[in-house]
Design a binder for this molecule. Structure first.
Ligand code: ATP
Ligand code: MG
Length: 199
């Protein structure tokens, strides 16, 4: 499908009648964070943004486990912590739920960086493995899958790696290396989405 941004806002807005969880999924560099942030902005106080990225294991843990070179792979996240947070946000109490945030400059998660007030109806959550982890999928009212096409996605991803300080060679090595393996895994989950967003 090629929905316009306004159509996506209308669909998200229709979901926001009570506490609901909307997932935005897709491979690395697809544009999930960008789309999710634009949606939350457009919903003007009726939505909060919670990234799966906040559940990256800390660098010191990856170093100890020997998985730092695969940072971004499914086992380099605290999947259970993410699922528990989704369940807490679904249950809705009269309390603020604090979600973590991934700081791309630090390359580390920061705990309790995103307050999610109870009176915000829609939580938009975005990340790579929303459809890979069945317990996460089961807690989401809808999941949208962003697929801009592989050439565009790789170009965007490599450019973003350069923007964050890598050389073009390092950027492409990462894009076509560990990122590509994750992308293939994520592509295999696309059929589980409720909506496929192509450019
Ligand atoms: N619609 C778009 N048009 C042009 N550039 C875009 C668009 N969406 C995102 N980008 C750019 O592409 C890059 C990747 O986008 P973004 O960070 O949103 O992807 P992502 O899916 O969140 O990636 P990751 O899985 O690595 O977190 C960013 O530099 C962003 O500015
Ligand atoms: Mg992102």
């Amino acid at each position: 499908m090629r929905p316009t941004f306004d159509e996506l806002v209308a669909r998200a807005s229709a979901l926001a009648d009570r506490r609901r969880l909307l997932g935005v999924c897709g491979p690395p560099g697809a544009g999930k964070s960008t789309l999710a942030a634009r949606l939350v902005d457009a919903l003007d106080g009726r939505a909060a943004l919670v990234g799966m990225d906040g559940f990256h294991l800390a660098q010191r843990v990856l170093d100890r486990l020997g998985t730092a070179d695969r940072k971004g792979a499914p086992d380099t996240f605290d999947a259970d912590g993410y699922v528990d947070l989704l369940a807490r946000m679904r249950a809705r109490t009269d309390k603020i739920v604090y979600a973590p945030l991934f700081d791309r400059a630090l390359e580390e998660p920061i705990a309790c960086a995103v307050p999610v007030p109870d009176d915000v109806p829609l939580v938009v959550t975005e990340g790579n493995y929303l459809l890979l982890w069945p317990r996460a999928r089961a807690l989401l009212d809808e999941v949208w899958y962003v697929d801009p096409g592989e050439d565009v996605r790789r170009e965007r991803l490599a450019r973003r790696h350069v923007d964050h300080g890598r050389t073009p060679e390092q950027a492409w090595e990462r894009t076509l290396g560990s990122d590509e393996r994750n992308a293939e895994l994520i592509a295999g989950t696309a059929a589980l989405a409720d909506l496929l967003i192509t450019p």
